[in-house]
Design a protein around this ligand. Structure first.
Ligand SMILES: Nc1nc2c(ncn2[C@@H]2O[C@H](COP(=O)(O)OP(=O)(O)OP(=O)(O)O)[C@@H](O)[C@H]2O)c(=O)[nH]1
Ligand SMILES: [Mg+2]
Length: 461
């Protein structure tokens, strides 16, 4: 099978497995509001973020091979643009936008994975759009161009929560390119906040790539080294790590040519860095393969968390069962005691009943049943709700947290388990949950190893 077809078939198989086995369970118990496969069924995605005017749009245009995005010195773009391949469009040159759709369409069409951005309201929907382009570069990937980070623009000016949106997009992107330029090598506060607070919560470290762009504007190699050093220092402050992350040093030849006044002999070093742009291009083109790795991790993470979720529900029902058994035993004891007491009193009051065992045992049984029923009503009205409230407060007792993995997973699902128990008031079928648990565990065990095996069998660059 051709590599491209193999990737697509495997991706479709994984999506189908998630849709069939994980989504119904996830939606039944409020683990997820939308089908889980929504975020993985679309194309592999590259999110491009960074300082304003760091050349994000220029480099995207250069990679795609057409003037798709507006570029300019001042903060140019205040919109998020999803740039994707037009499957139906003519593959004729020049590369151009074949179709443009607004945010309303994009956020509401279930074929696209952006429904989660609807929560940012109508105002945000006018700041996101879709561009379909006939560029072969985009055949297997989509690129998300974003407004530049800027200190003097507040959330109020933007009209939406920029950091949170970047976080949500980073969560579904397969790689995130973070752009800097020599003029502001990491000094923009908004970039600092996004990198330090938003990205680590949203995506995995191995998905983030740093790009120092516009290096043609460094007057000399010494100048470039100074800028590089500053950026490394700033990044180590932001990421809290001592090792230096890989930083791609690059520039857009087209933009550089139109901006340079004279050819500077001091920037002769650039020819040695051309392979950096090629490396960046290859990183972007390797995204479909990365997507499969990410999908395998996605299935692993969600099947594990979902199993943990169901485990907590099972534990709740078991605890409720033990409590109910204890209460019933108490009820039996109480009814035996009361009926005995009743018979004894009757026995004392009415001498003529002493030999009538039928009446005495009838009264005894009647009293026992009445007391037991009364006890059951009281239990259902007072003790069961009290147990439910108590368990919601002591929700951590529903699961053993003996390893860091368990603790992390519990942190991610704890509030969902609480809402589920609250919504269902503790009433759900234990048998059904146990069956679902076995199913989800099966996906974790069999599904994930099958995906990894398939990936290993056909190593892809
Ligand atoms: N010399 C040089 N100029 C560049 C380079 N890349 C971009 N530029 C110029 O820098 C300016 C900003 O470029 P954009 O591509 O609009 O930057 P951006 O990051 O998309 O900016 P925002 O969308 O506003 O955040 C434009 O005038 C480009 O012509 C480069 O590699 N070298
Ligand atoms: Mg731009």
């Amino acid at each position: 099978m051709k590599k491209k077809d193999f990737l697509k078939t495997l991706q479709a198989d994984i999506v189908e497995m998630v849709a069939e086995y994980l989504t119904p369970v996830a939606m039944e118990y409020g683990y997820s509001d939308v089908p889980l496969e929504n975020t993985i069924k679309w194309k592999p995605m590259v999110l491009v973020i960074g300082n304003y005017s760091s050349g994000k749009s220029s480099l995207i245009n250069e990679l795609i091979g057409g003037d798709i995005q507006a570029t300019g010195q001042a903060p140019t773009d205040d919109s998020f643009t999803i740039i994707t391949y037009d499957e139906a469009g003519p593959a004729t040159t020049p590369v151009h936008v074949t179709e443009e759709r607004d945010g309303k369409f994009l956020l509401n069409d279930p074929d696209y994975p952006f429904a989660m951005l609807k929560k940012y309201g109508q105002r945000f929907s006018s700041h996101i759009c879709l561009k379909k382009v006939n560029a072969p570069f985009l055949e297997n990937i989509a690129i998300i161009d974003t407004p530049g980070m800027h200190d003097s623009i507040s959330e109020h000016d933007r009209g939406y929560n920029y950091q949170e949106i970047i976080g949500d997009l980073a969560r579904i992107a397969d790689i995130v390119l973070v752009f800097f330029d020599p003029h502001k090598a990491g000094t923009v506060r908004e970039a600092h906040t996004s990198l330090k607070e938003t990205l680590p919560k949203s995506t995995f470290e191995d998905r983030i790539f740093f790009v120092l762009n516009r290096i043609d504007e460094c007057a000399s190699l010494v100048d470039l080294l100074k800028v590089y050093g500053t950026l490394c220092w700033n990044l180590s402050q932001i990421t809290g790590r001592k090792d230096i992350p890989t930083i791609h040093l690059t520039y857009s030849p087209g933009a550089a040519a139109s901006s340079s006044k004279d050819v500077n002999p001091e920037t002769d070093f650039m020819k040695y860095l051309d392979n950096e742009r090629e490396a960046l291009k290859q990183t972007i083109l390797s995204v479909p393969k990365r997507r499969l790795d990410h999908m395998a991790s996605f299935v692993e993470t969600h099947s594990e968390r979902l199993a943990h979720f169901l485990e907590a529900l099972i534990s709740y029902r078991k605890k409720a069962g033990i409590r109910s058994l204890k209460l019933r035993s108490l009820g039996v004891l109480a009814s035996i005691f009361c009926s005995g007491l009743g018979v004894f009193i009757l026995f004392q009051l009415r001498d003529n009943l002493q030999d009538n065992t039928i009446i005495l045992s009838g009264v005894g049984c009647g009293m026992a049943i009445a007391v037991f029923m009364l006890w059951s009503v009281i239990t259902a009205k007072f003790f069961t709700p009290e147990f439910h409230r108590d368990m919601l407060k002591r929700i951590d007792e529903l699961t053993p947290l003996d390893s860091q993995t368990r603790q992390d997973s519990w942190l991610a699902i704890k509030s969902l388990v609480r809402s589920c128990l609250k919504d269902k008031k503790g009433h759900f079928s234990l048998k059904k949950v146990k069956q679902e648990y076995a199913l989800v565990k099966g996906v974790r065990k069999k599904g994930c190893s099958e995906i990894r095996d398939a990936l290993n069998q056909q190593p892809l660059k």
